[in-house]
Design a protein around this ligand. Structure first.
Ligand SMILES: O=P(O)(O)O[C@@H]1C[C@H](O)[C@@H](CO)O1
Length: 306
């Protein structure tokens, strides 16, 4: 029985987008970077960039949120082929989780081995300050608790097993490298490793919700990232993720503070150069972690084991 082709998530459906992208790039990407709100500036680090608007790619979703420009950028960092999504998709926009995560499967089909995923997040941990970076060491998928999952439905064995572990989703070796790089860049005091929780949004959290998240040892909260990570693990990609802390979550019932998207984008803008340096150096150091570049004609074998 063919997998249910909801939202174009099956191998057949994704091959249209994959073939289109293959026709636009000279060789296989090894790394996919997904840029969070305002973090599309990371794409500016790519050498010899090739820009493909999302709207030109068959069956590809479109970004609707400020701070997400809607372009796929292919280029190199330290000689490694990198694909960068300048703009991601969110459940609160109305996209299905299958649609939101379809670029991860397309990246797998193109030859990507490592997902670097980023987001803007609210600081739940009171030690975190605006502008800090949190390396994601684990997550809490609140949507999944209710069964809302990108892999709900028939399993597509072409990509991965029906049941799969996520207890080691965020690559420990890369996190170790990232900590060392953070220290070399002088951001050690503002670099943390913590737990990221995804809520549906689009509202920010109530004070009681922030207090509840603290009881669950959540360090940062956002509205994205985890669905893409789950699909990446399902199809055998390595994952490294970090949050930029863009606001302190409001836990005080009487606070006048009101989190807003403008302050989120402003916080990202204030850290542009440091974030670009950080990602470039992580990729440079991870050179051993991905295969050398190959020409685009080689078909990718879908083995879901890392
Ligand atoms: O795409 P990310 O998760 O980085 O964006 C966060 C979550 C919302 O989209 C937005 C709220 O300001 O920032």
């Amino acid at each position: 029985m063919a997998p249910i082709d909801e939202d174009g998530f099956s191998l057949t459906h994704l091959q249209k987008a994959t073939s289109y992208i293959k026709g636009k790039i000279p060789s296989s990407p090894r790394i996919l970077i997904i840029c969070g709100s305002g973090l599309g500036i990371l794409a500016d680090s790519l050498q010899s960039p090739i820009v493909i608007p999302y709207g030109d790619i068959p069956n590809f979703p479109e970004s609707t949120i400020k701070g997400h420009s809607g372009q796929l950028v292919f280029g190199t960092i330290s000689g490694i082929n990198v694909l960068c999504m300048k703009g991601r998709f969110h459940y609160y926009e109305g996209h299905s989780l299958k649609k939101i995560t379809s670029p991860v499967r397309i990246a797998k089909l193109l030859g990507v081995e490592l997902l670097i995923i980023t987001n803007a997040a609210g600081g739940v941990n009171q030690k975190y300050k605006v502008g800090d970076i949190m390396l994601i060491k684990d997550h809490i998928n609140f949507l999944g608790f209710a069964g809302t999952h990108p892999l709900r439905g028939l399993n597509d064995d072409d990509f991965g097993d029906r049941f799969f572990p996520v207890n080691r989703s965020y690559d420990k070796n890369i996190r170790k490298i990232a900590v060392e790089i953070g220290q070399s860049l002088g951001i050690g005091p503002n670099l943390h490793e913590g737990v990221y929780a995804m809520v549906g949004g689009p509202n920010y959290e109530s004070p009681s919700e922030v207090r509840a998240l603290r009881t669950l040892n959540v360090d940062a909260v956002g509205m994205s990232t985890i669905p893409e990570v789950l699909v990446a693990k399902h199809c055998g990609l390595k994952v490294f993720g970090f949050s930029l802390i863009t606001n302190e979550c409001v836990a005080d019932y009487d606070s006048e503070k009101q989190p807003n998207h403008e302050e989120v984008l402003a916080a990202v803008n204030s850290r542009t150069q440091q974030l670009k340096d950080f990602v470039i150096k992580v990729i440079e150091k991870c050179n051993f972690n991905v295969s050398k570049n190959e020409n685009i004609s080689s078909d990718v074998k879908l083995s879901n084991k890392t």
